[in-house]
Design a binder for this molecule. Structure first.
Ligand code: FAD
Length: 374
């Protein structure tokens, strides 16, 4: 009988297992892939997300420091830089591997097995994998948004609250990357319905991708090929597709002895698609709560703490996203044309300002901003 079993060893799962193991809980991670494994991702670790780590990241994981953003919309291009780190571009595969090693060091067990089912009964959870059956007092489902385990709590994925992404890693000479983008995230609006395209300057390669709402982005492949071509990349790339949840919606994140963390719970910024931050935050809360709160109160305490720590941020991100994509010609134009708006917005990544503060700052300025974009 384990105190905790964690399904999935992404940032949410490994962080949950580590937090629980550090509190002396008998913890087991069940992960279907052998690590290090590939995960489709832009690899942008915001300073806000990095601040949640209590250990330094080695140089082979940190590929570039980002201090600014270049935003494109229709025929407009605007670039803003800060004198500090907004985001670090990481090697995602090595990052996840490090988090898993940290969980192991803290005392968590790990088995390479796929969780196929679970059942809560008589004060514990029975977890079935492709290789055996395990018992635990609590189960954290951190198996991402494409896996079906979370649906037992949430119901099937709803197309209108899912995003779809396509990404390619494109090798390039570092000198050329430096010349093109240096410490800048390149963001293109208007190339994928309900989302955007990105070119991120990693070390020795670009992460190039598009993401948009599943209900609106009819031909993701077509949009990606056009995006590649328009930005001077060959269309013959290995493309990786992946779903991404739209965060900020009111959904359950726990039931009885089963908690959902990270993408499985839908904890993603609906506008930017940033999810690593909330995977780390929710994983940590899950491990802490299981170690600290009496059994019957765990589900409630977990949901309350997630809501308190980042619920409002995700709700405002969803509101912002709906506003921007409902009237893109108006609102995206403001973001892509007005220096002070972009200058403020990029501060969110470094947690210098919250979405709520940004919205409170922006809303009274809207009438003037609208006039200025005409
Ligand atoms: C194309 C793309 C680009 C993105 N770019 C960024 C970015 O730049 N910055 C950012 O912050 N966020 C980004 N995100 C979001 C981010 O990748 C996710 O929010 C984050 O990975 C969530 O972490 P997680 O631990 O919840 O899930 P995951 O990272 O998806 O990990 C889930 C793990 O569970 C395992 N698993 C799945 N099913 C089972 C099972 N049944 N049994 C056992 N193991 C299982 C998987 O193998 C995997 O290792 C991006 C997402 C996409 C799709």
């Amino acid at each position: 009988m384990y105190d905790l079993i964690v399904a999935g060893a992404g940032p949410a799962g490994s962080t949950a297992a580590r937090a629980a193991a550090l509190r002396g809980l008998d913890t087991l991670i069940l992960e279907k892939e052998t690590f290090p494994r590939y995960k489709p991702c832009g690899g942008a670790l915001s300073s806000k997300a990095a601040s949640l780590l209590d250990f330094p990241l080695p140089g082979d994981i940190c590929e570039r420091t980002i201090t600014g953003a270049r935003v494109h919309f229709c025929d407009r291009v605007l670039e803003k830089h800060k004198g500090y780190n907004l985001t670090t571009l990481i090697n995602r595969s090595l990052f996840d591997y490090l988090l898993l090693q940290k969980a192991k060091e803290a005392g968590s067990g790990i088995k390479t097995q796929k969780v196929v089912d679970f059942q809560e009964k008589d004060g514990h959870v029975s977890v079935k994998t492709n290789a055996g059956i395990y018992q635990c007092k609590f189960l954290v489902i951190a198996s991402g948004c494409q896996d079906g385990l979370k649906n037992r709590i949430l119901g099937p994925n709803r197309k209108e609250s899912m995003g779809v992404c396509l990404v390619a890693e494109i090798e390039e000479d570092d000198g050329k990357i430096e010349e093109r983008l240096a410490g800048t995230l390149d963001i293109h609006f208007g190339v994928a319905e309900g989302g955007y395209g990105w070119i991120f300057p990693h070390r020795g390669y670009y992460s190039v991708g598009i993401g948009g709402l599943s209900s609106r982005l009819r031909s993701p492949r077509q949009a990606m090929l056009q995006f590649l071509k328009k930005n001077g990349f060959s269309e013959r790339q290995r493309l990786h597709g992946h779903l991404i949840p739209q965060g900020g919606n009111k959904t359950k994140a726990a039931l009885g002895r089963v908690l959902l963390a990270g993408d499985a719970a839908g904890f993603v910024d609906a506008f930017t698609g940033e999810g690593i931050c909330y995977a780390l935050a929710s994983g940590k809360i899950a491990g802490q709560v299981i170690g600290e709160v009496p059994g019957l109160e765990v589900a409630k305490a977990y949901q309350e703490r997630c809501k308190k720590e980042f619920g409002e941020e995700l709700r405002y991100a969803l509101f912002f996203s709906k506003m921007m994509y409902s009237y893109p010609e108006i609102f995206l134009r403001i973001l892509a044309c007005q220096e002070e708006v972009l200058d403020r917005y990029i501060e969110i990544a470094a947690a210098k300002i919250s979405y709520k503060d940004f919205m409170c700052w922006m809303l009274p300025r809207l009438p003037l901003s609208l006039l200025r974009t005409l």
